[in-house]
Design a protein around this ligand. Sequence first.
Ligand code: SF4
Length: 444
Amino acid sequence: MGLKLNDLIASGEPGRKVLLLGNEAIARGAVEAGVSVAASYPGTPSSEIGLTLARIAEQVGMYFEWSVNEKVAFETAAAAAMSGLRALAFMKHVGLNVAADAFVSLAYTGCPGGFLLVTADDPSCHSSQNEQDNRYYAKLALTPVLEPSTPHEAKEMTVRAYDLSEKHEMPFILRTTTRVSHTRGIVELGEARDRPKIGEYKKDWRRYVLIPANARVRRAVLLEKERDLREEAEKSEFNAVEEGEGEIGVITSGVSYCYVKEAARELGVSPPILKLGFTSPTPYSLIESFSKDLRAVLVVEELEPVLETEVRCTLQKSRLRVEVLGKMTEHIPRAYELNTGIVGAALAKSLGLEWTVEEIPEGKAKAPPRPPVLCPGCPHRGTAYILKQVVGDEAVYSGDIGCYSLVAIPPYNLMDNIHCMGASIGLANGFSKAQGRPVVALIG
Ligand code: SF4
């Protein structure tokens, strides 16, 4: 009899191929890597990692918790990694804003146990209040980043991240985007490591007590680690050159690589491609050797021109006269997520070709839009109705993040602001001081 999906993720034998969501593949990666402690606060597009771990944690002997917020989740996992255990924290991109303080400090102290932070970025704001690119956090904290293109790669990178994290005693970031987290693909299962339940926290005052005298020392250690990690990126199995034809190459990372491959196939071209999976610290030498004989490189990446900026810096530092095309040259739009059509048009323009591939005809194969709605019988409907009746439209309604944010739209039109997680009460406090109308905060 076939195993159920969660059983396969928990105990599927090595070599077996399973169709997994990117987030399920990361959960399997945590199983294979021998993660002992995992913690998260739910948020799309990262949630299915936790939904999977919640179902299998007991079976595989892992501790998993939904923490009260992302900062607590991060700190829970960080303490486990400081105790020598392998630990996983995961969250949607804006969750890292909440955990940022702890995140930057962990880069300073490092940790003997492997530590992986999965940040699921959300181009096009499918379920988020902004489009922030968390690779900037990696730059801020000098933390290494892996960017998978497919679910299988997400699993493989999760496993590999722990080896590298332990070798360098540094937290790693796995940066996914919605189309990796929520895509299903074939994942080949690997061997699962043992999972110790108890670690040992070795007291080290100079390392873990970040008073200024110690932090100054750790800053130098961090910079040294960055140099070592750049060497790792230069030789990483996740960074590869695909030979091709022509004097225009493509440098790409994450799911954008898939769009590049599909677009090139549609155009009938095969440009040289540098596919980067270990993107930070930037592998300068690799970029330089890939670009040196090219006339131009097109950089294709989701969200901000982070890689493009690094490519520009690398080529300028090496005094290579290679034109860099991408978001800064408006070959690729900076807002919203990419797709094959956008990348195909950019690639065609770079190559002096025309992109003529038709989109799916309107009304034919396209799925109808299905915006989220409150469930039938949801109690938030009643709350919104009563507030309208009792307090009325005169009040300023400070909203917050959750299902109830849907009462911001018709027929309720109840919320006057939704800022970020937990902001409704703080903003309501401010509005109560700053203007004369009644104020209502909605949260929870
Ligand atoms: S709170 Fe959300 S999940 Fe619960 S009933 Fe309302 S809409 Fe449905």
